[in-house]
Write a protein that binds this ligand. Structure first.
Ligand code: CTP
Length: 436
């Protein structure tokens, strides 16, 4: 009974060991995790058992060891109960085979079915031959798994089993243990907090098939939502159209226009502890939206032909002349301002005198990054502006990497160039002390 209560309070590490010669390092890792006060259960792949036997891990962990999908009645371990029990799934060493299977969602043994079934965070310590590591398929899998929220530890460089000195060596058990403890500490850091995130672009339709928008992919906002949910927060993600899938456990509110985004964000704002405005909202929308597709040459309400005397006005030109290129068209579009979602909601918070939600705005700039960010901090009433330079095509908008500057009343700081997933962690690490 006492042991059962102790186990309930203790967090459980499910340690997956795969068929790399580095499997022996998993024994040391297990010991380190136990020393940190964690309960460790081990799952071995078939190939791992050729290198270190289940009896070793059973003796070290004091727990039954999972080796097969088809467990015996006397040893009732199954992938679903393992998946539910795990506070974190650590796969160390993780071979190229298992890594690529995880990235593709293949679930053909006990460890990979458990990985697919668990909602626990994933820590991977890859170990493989350098050429297998450099293979584009493996590199793509590493990128994909990291984008899905996995924490990668290593691999490092050094002497490999194949006799080469190269990259692909499993990180030390100390490094994998430290990363696991960090992940576990993060999992509850926003428990009980409610977070609102706006993401993606908005679309402002001119007619049923044309719109004003921006190239925002939504990646930063979605990564923030995933990370906040992984830290125990209850998350509402209000997003304009993107190609992304909402992270599991997140309340997803899809919108199209800036006005819809304001309405949805407004509904959740007052109950939140933190609101992050990462959406690239279109500042303007066409003054009028045509109900039918605008035709070249037709005189339509919101599209006004420019009165350039040197050109033939398309309003008066026939479709045939436009199609044959004899009409040189130049149109003006009448725009009207969209509401500023961040400024509107910040003003609402100010009017009530409330200190919450803590407000984080983004600033996409092509010049004078810091002074523009300071300006926005003040003008919009935010507590923090996360600024980025969008003039570099390798960073920002549609890229998977970015470099951010944090600007608050207290001063500013800058991150290195990092993946958007790393940046999401960095942003939430920065914000957590403000909230707790
Ligand atoms: N924002 C908003 N509603 C808008 C415009 C912007 O909520 N209509 C938010 C963005 O989500 C971001 C911040 O305000 O958090 C700054 O957005 P940005 O596009 O950098 O600046 P703008 O306010 O649009 O100003 P400008 O275009 O002049 O740089």
């Amino acid at each position: 009974m006492k042991q059962q209560q102790q186990q309930q309070q203790q967090q459980t590490v499910l340690l997956g060991v795969t068929g790399s010669i580095a499997a022996y390092k998993a024994c040391e890792l297990l010991r380190l995790l136990q020393k940190a006060g964690l309960r460790v259960k081990v799952a071995l792949t078939e190939h791992a058992q050729e290198l270190v036997g289940a009896a070793t891990f059973r003796a070290l962990s004091g727990e039954p060891v999972a080796t097969s999908l088809f467990d015996s009645p006397g040893n009732p371990i199954n992938h679903i109960s393992l998946a539910e029990e795990a506070s974190v799934l650590v796969i160390a060493p993780c071979t190229a085979n298992v890594l690529n299977k995880l990235a593709s969602g293949v679930a053909d043994d006990l460890l990979t079915t458990t990985a697919l079934a668990t909602t626990a965070p994933l820590v991977l310590a890859p170990a493989m031959n350098a050429r297998m590591l450099r293979h584009p398929r493996t590199q793509a899998s590493l990128e994909l798994l990291e984008a899905a929220g996995a924490t990668l530890v290593g691999p490092g460089e050094g002497y490999l089993a194949c006799g080469e000195e190269d990259s692909g060596r499993m990180s030390s058990p100390e490094d994998v243990c430290a990363a696991t403890l960090e992940v576990l500490a993060r999992t509850q850091s926003l428990a009980g907090k409610r977070v609102l995130i706006t993401a993606g672009p908005t679309r402002e339709y001119l007619d049923p098939v044309r719109f004003i928008s921006s190239p925002s992919s939504g990646k930063t906002g979605f990564a923030l939502a995933r990370e906040a949910a992984a830290r125990g927060a209850s998350v509402v993600l209000v997003s304009g159209p993107t190609d992304l899938t909402s992270p599991p456990g997140v309340e997803y509110v899809p919108v199209v226009t800036a006005r819809q985004m304001l309405e949805a964000a407004s509904e959740h704002f007052d109950t939140c502890d933190l609101a992050i405005f990462s959406a690239a909202v279109a500042d303007f929308r066409p003054a009028e939206q045509a109900s039918q597709k605008l035709k070249k040459g037709a005189s339509l309400p919101s599209v006004v032909p420019d009165n350039d005397p040197a050109t033939v006005s398309p309003a008066g030109a026939s479709l045939a002349s436009v199609a044959s290129g004899t009409a040189s068209a130049s149109y003006s579009l009448t725009l009207t301002a969209n509401p500023d979602i961040l400024a509107t909601l910040a003003a609402r918070r100010a009017a009530t005198g409330a200190k919450r939600p803590y407000l984080v705005g983004f600033a996409a700039e092509t010049e004078d990054l810091l002074s523009n960010a300071r300006e926005k901090l003040k003008a919009k009433g935010a507590d923090l502006i996360v600024a980025n330079d969008v003039s570099d095509p390798a960073l920002g908008f549609a890229s998977s990497h970015n470099q951010l500057s944090f600007v608050s009343k207290e001063g500013s700081s800058q991150t290195a160039v990092l993946s958007k997933e790393h940046l999401a962690r960095h942003i939430l690490d920065t914000l957590t002390p403000e909230l707790c």
